[in-house]
Design a protein. Structure first.
Lengths: 161, 517
């Protein structure tokens, strides 16, 4: 009897099968998976390898090379703090410290209530309105610690609603 | 007749609340029964005034800013739809000194209208360069670009015409044009502003490159940190193709050029051209040895033009007005203009496109208005995280590729990050090494190991441990990285470190020894 295909495998299949003929498909496939699933599950690696005639080691190498790809499910929202120089010049170092304390977690971690995953980012191209953060797909500029708390409060309220 | 009101949709404007401002204006207009047409334009690049709202009046466009939703009722009250007086009124947009004193060639169209509107693009001179290019031979197009004196705006400043000529003269059944839109340097956003605010200029520039060298496929490699630019580019490509500017009959020439935008995945190193090509091919972004040059063996081993966004966006005006026109701007071997980006601790941050040859003093004070904090500007990092920290004594050096390299600095992609005197230059030097360690691709030892050791040595210096010996060690390590690294990441990460050491020694030795004592 054939073992039942896990739903995650079906989901990944649906995301990557249309991309098989794209030249240099590894990154487009990984993006499709992360956008669809929220992260790159372990199941994805052999599936991509098989379709692109690569070794699993090669695909694993690609996934782990790029900062953007996550191997575990993130919190409900992803908040990235820019650590780069322009933001530093306007207080990003203090903002980082504040954010870690306020959320009770470090970079690449999720707040205890599961609402926010904190990530570092190196430039959001918002350098004239520093310090900058990214909340999911939105950029927020001139983020003081107080402004950061407001943004997080809004997210948490949304998460509860 | 309805009155046109502009509210930018640029990421930076959005980051300051432009979406809410636009909604408030629409709601207030509806409430008052005012007949307005709300256009979401690109940003003019005057970021301290964002969200900057403009109103079309018979006298010209009148600007107001920064406009928050709470200001909207009073703007209507003041009759801003007819250019009425208000505390936030800035006068005729084109007359704002910050804009008026610029020489916008590449960024000329940003902010004029809806970035995706093909009619707006054509009405402001769009497609003229491409129309000229399809009527010329590939060799003549390349000649025009060579004559313009355009050099790579990504940072390396290699002559664009020479690169194109190599691809043109390399036989190949398939050639590619790749746009490096992995604008990872802190303190830069000109690529982003162009892609979000005037995307057809990039489409046109790449298509001209394709037609010139005989490439039929183009890729824009865009960093994943630019979600708005991604959406705009995808839509721009779709519309341009539908209108016949892309596809199998470019501008009626019978030539083929297809374009696709691909997302990077958060690796700074992929701004290095060979690493970018590896990434586009679906691999780890590991730097390649050169030669072979990408112009000969580039993407998938085929001849490839790979240029930065600003380089490609400078091509349409060159083909529209001639290489000579562009060449007339600038100084020495730095021809044309560069969109400088004024960022960090400045009162008036934004985009300033000027011919080469002006000075930091002019940019920081005449345009930038000095520091945002009101304290003295102490250091300016020019050219991104691998650029030198320039001290005040060098603020009067003309911004020219050669003049900058003479003082071991670089203009790079034209980003300036200003720091006031609260900055600790030893911390900045440490960060340069830390950043290099985080982003190193790992292929060559000086960069992979050197950056980590560099961070450790800086930690010791900062803690005041054996400062003199560690500074000597740091200099020796920098020498190894400078001369032994495979690419510019490891090869230039020492610039911020050495410039900090050379120009701001007080932050390293004296204070540290005193702290430890």
């Amino acid at each position: 009897m054939k073992a039942e295909v896990p739903p995650i495998v079906r989901q990944i299949e649906a995301l990557i099968d249309p991309l098989v003929d794209v030249p240099g498909a590894t990154l487009p496939m990984l993006h499709a998976i992360q956008d669809g699933v929220g992260y790159v599950p372990d199941e994805a690696v052999p599936m991509i390898a098989e379709r692109l005639n690569l070794s699993r080691a090669e695909v694993h190498g690609v996934v782990t090379f790029y900062h953007h790809y996550r191997r575990h499910a993130p919190g409900k929202h992803v908040v990235q703090i820019c650590r780069a120089e322009a933001c530093q010049s306007m207080g990003a170092r203090q903002l980082e410290a504040h954010a870690k304390k306020a959320l009770g977690c470090d970079y690449h971690e999720t707040s205890a209530d599961g609402s926010v995953t904190l990530e570092a980012v190196y430039c959001l191209g918002n350098c004239a309105c520093a310090p900058a953060i990214r909340v999911n797909d939105e950029i927020v500029g001139r983020v003081t610690p107080a402004r950061f708390d407001e943004v997080i409060a809004e997210l948490k309220q949304e998460a509860r609603a | 007749m309805s009155i046109t009101v502009y509210v930018p949709c640029d990421s930076s404007a959005l980051s300051l609340g432009a979406e809410k401002t636009a909604a408030a204006i629409a709601a207030e207009a509806a409430r008052r029964g005012a007949d307005i047409k709300l256009v979401r334009n690109g940003s003019r690049g005057l970021f301290w005034l964002e969200p900057m709202v403009e109103v079309e009046t018979p006298a010209g466009r009148v600007a107001y800013g920064p406009v928050q939703p709470k200001d909207v009722p009073s703007l209507f009250e003041a009759g801003f739809l007819t250019g009425g007086k208000h505390a936030l009124a800035l006068g005729i947009t084109e007359d704002i000194a910050y804009l008026k004193n610029q020489e916008r060639l590449t960024a000329a169209r940003i902010g004029l209208g809806d970035p995706l509107c093909l009619d707006t693009y054509a009405a402001h001179g769009g497609w003229q360069g491409l129309k000229n290019a399809v009527a010329m031979s590939g060799a003549d197009v390349v000649k025009e670009v060579t004559e313009s004196g355009l050099r790579g705006r990504g940072g390396a400043a290699f002559p664009t015409g020479i690169k194109w000529n190599t691809v043109l003269n390399t036989p190949g059944a398939q050639k590619y044009v790749v746009c490096n839109a992995d604008e990872g340097d802190s303190g830069t956003f000109s690529d982003r502003m162009l892609m979000e605010g005037d995307p057809y200029t990039l489409v046109e520039g790449m298509t001209i490159a394709g037609v010139a060298v005989g490439a039929t496929q183009g890729y824009i490699y865009l960093r994943s940190e630019y979600p708005h630019a991604f959406k705009t580019l995808k839509e721009a490509i779709r519309r341009a193709r539908e209108a016949g500017w892309l596809g199998t009959n470019v501008a009626g020439s019978g030539k083929t050029f297809e374009l696709e935008v691909r997302l990077g995945a958060g690796a700074y190193i992929c701004g290095e051209e060979t690493s970018l090509l590896e990434s586009l091919e679906g691999k780890r972004g590991i730097v390649r040895f050169k030669p072979p040059l990408p112009a000969i063996e580039g993407l998938f081993g085929k001849p490839t033009v790979i240029n930065n966004v600003i380089s490609l966006c400078s091509v349409p005006v060159i083909l529209a007005k001639g290489g000579k026109y562009y060449q007339d701007f600038g100084m020495g071997r730095s021809r044309g203009t560069l969109p400088f980006q004024l960022t960090g601790n400045l009162k008036r941050g934004g985009l300033v496109e000027k011919a080469f040859g002006l000075t930091l003093n002019q940019l920081l004070y005449d345009f930038g208005g000095g520091s945002a904090s009101g304290r003295p500007i102490h250091a300016v990092q020019v050219g991104g995280p691998l650029g030198a920290y320039v001290p005040e004594s060098q603020f009067d050096i003309p911004l020219d590729y050669e003049a900058y390299s003479k003082v071991n600095a670089m203009i790079g992609h034209g980003g300036l990050v200003a720091f006031d005197d609260t900055v600790d230059m030893a911390e900045q030097a440490r960060y340069a090494m830390e950043f290099c360690a985080i982003e190193s691709c790992g292929k060559c030892t000086p960069c992979r190991i050197g950056s980590t050791r560099g961070t450790e040595v800086m930690d010791k210096i900062i803690k005041g441990i054996d400062v003199e010996a560690n500074i000597a060690l740091m200099r020796s390590l920098c020498d190894t990285m400078l001369n032994g690294s495979l690419c510019a990441l490891g090869g230039m990460a020492p610039y911020p470190v050495l410039s900090a050491l050379n120009h701001f020694p007080e932050d390293f030795a004296v204070k540290r020894e005193a702290a430890a004592a």
